[in-house]
Design a protein around this ligand. Structure first.
Ligand code: AVJ
Length: 312
């Protein structure tokens, strides 16, 4: 057994190790993107959100500001607000101020991000009842909700783009069971050159974010990835409608993780993330198939990003 951290969250670390071993054992090696967000990865992601090429965060924030009153009317004041992947929580602030939810349940995979966001919100909104839940939206979580008060699921940031359309369909159906209304941020299809630039920034922050996944595996699982032997590779796949991020092996070599050995051929890749882009019609169709009857759509002035209001 290598240097697995003892004590804190043994179950989660077991999940991490098992997922890494399974992913690296496939013919197309892959790693789940949810593991990007350790403390270092969350900091790198916050830097991505400020990059000139990464329009996603700014467009969503601008459109949320622009349509806040309508979004609040859609959700209804005093609801129970459940937010998946709350991250830095700038949009959460806007929503909390406009909605005055009776309870706010932020759910995040990163305990560090969760703690920081919850304490920030508690300071700013002393009246707000906050129930943070550390967890992963790919599995059902026990959410402490009151019966009788309407619930709204908020899923911003185009995190839903990490799921395949089939998984997104399943997630939307599952959410419909939790709350009758959903507010979802979705990145829209656009010029592939703009998409390419957003995931290949000049400053190399996205590359560092991608490579940090290997550092994290070294740190937490004691693997011996040599980061100089991998290169960030991201491209838009128009047929699939998604950005794919990979790490490309430079030269053939072997990586060790405990008793495991993973062989890399020259140019072989680890697929680390999909980021699906939808047309408004495509996403509305997906929501309808998942059982939502009403779909409202808000976009920014440039039509880069969409926020959907779905009702069951
Ligand atoms: C947090 C999943 C929405 O797909 O754009 C940013 C993650 N990856 N740059 C995205 C990400 C590379 C981001 N999401």
């Amino acid at each position: 057994m290598a240097r697995e951290r003892a004590g804190a969250r043994p179950l989660e670390l077991t999940g991490f190790r098992a997922d890494v071993v399974a992913g690296l054992s496939r013919p197309q090696k892959s790693l789940p993107p949810k593991y990007f967000y350790d403390a270092a990865g969350s900091r790198l992601f916050a830097r991505i959100c400020r990059l000139p090429e990464y329009y996603v965060t700014r467009a969503e924030l601008a459109l949320t500001r622009r349509h806040l009153a309508a979004i609040a009317r859609f959700a209804g004041r005093g609801c129970q607000l459940i937010e998946y992947g709350s991250g830095e929580g700038i949009k959460s602030r806007l929503l909390v101020r406009a909605l005055r939810p009776s309870v706010y349940v932020p759910i995040d995979i990163s305990e560090d991000a969760l703690r920081a966001a919850a304490s920030g919100l508690a300071r700013e909104f002393p009246w707000l009842h906050i129930v943070p839940v550390a967890g992963d939206f790919s599995r059902p979580i026990d959410i402490p909700l009151r019966r009788g008060t309407p619930s709204v699921v908020y899923f911003p940031g185009s995190t839903i783009g990490n799921l395949t359309p089939e998984e997104a369909h399943a997630f939307l159906s599952m959410s419909r069971g939790v709350a009758a209304k959903m507010i979802v941020g979705v990145d829209l299809k656009k010029d592939p050159a703009a998409l390419h630039a957003a995931y290949n920034d000049k400053a190399g922050v996205t590359a560092a974010f991608n490579l940090n996944l290997l550092s994290r595996i070294n740190r937490e699982l004691g693997a011996d990835f040599d980061l100089r032997r991998f290169r960030h590779y991201a491209f838009y796949n128009p047929a699939a409608g998604r950005i794919e991020m990979h790490l490309v092996a430079l030269g053939s070599h072997t990586v060790r993780l405990g008793r495991h050995r993973f062989q890399f051929a020259e140019g072989e890749t680890i697929h680390t993330e999909n980021s699906y882009k939808y047309s408004p019609e495509e996403f509305a169709g997906l929501a309808t198939e998942a059982g939502f009857r009403g779909t409202k759509l808000w976009t920014d002035r440039r039509g880069l990003f969409a926020v959907f209001g779905l009702s069951a």
